[in-house]
Design a binder for this molecule. Structure first.
Ligand code: CA
Ligand code: CA
Length: 145
């Protein structure tokens, strides 16, 4: 089994997908998770590349958010689309990052991702509240690279 497959159990994956669904009931922002073993590129650069590969730069309000995790490298990156970056402060993601980091340090990967997703949803709702005509623009499934 590859490192990526062993990272989360099927039950944990279900919990993560369910957290994305919950988060997206608060905000029109679209949250996705990408997990891979490692990256030769710098992680932020790789996260931006994945963002584009997953066509996350294609949402109506440019408010997609990617949580990128490189399991073997012990690295993660949160990156948002232009619509978000235009209206938030530079340290906007810090609280979400801290939530994830605290769990990851203790080896609680699933909980780190779940709580990070829920936190990101709450942070986003002030700027991008959920709308009655909301569409699930990006798949809630976990992307694996
Ligand atoms: Ca949506
Ligand atoms: Ca979605």
């Amino acid at each position: 089994m590859s490192k990526v497959e062993a990272f989360l159990t099927p039950e944990e994956e279900k919990e993560i997908i369910s957290a994305i669904r919950t988060a997206e009931t608060n905000t029109s922002g679209e949250i996705r998770i990408h997990i891979e073993a490692s990256s030769e590129k710098e992680h932020y650069e790789r996260a931006l590349e994945v963002f584009h590969l997953l066509k996350m730069d294609n949402t109506k309000d440019a408010n997609g958010v990617l949580i990128y995790v490189a399991v073997k490298d012990h690295k993660f990156v949160i990156c948002g689309d232009k619509g978000i970056n235009d209206v938030i402060a530079e340290n906007f993601w810090d609280t979400t990052k801290n939530v994830i980091q605290d769990h990851f340090k203790k080896g609680n990967f699933k909980q780190g991702i779940v709580d990070g997703i829920l936190k990101a949803g709450l942070e986003l709702q002030n700027h991008f509240p959920w709308q009655t005509d909301d569409v699930d623009e990006l798949s809630n499934e976990i992307s694996k690279g």
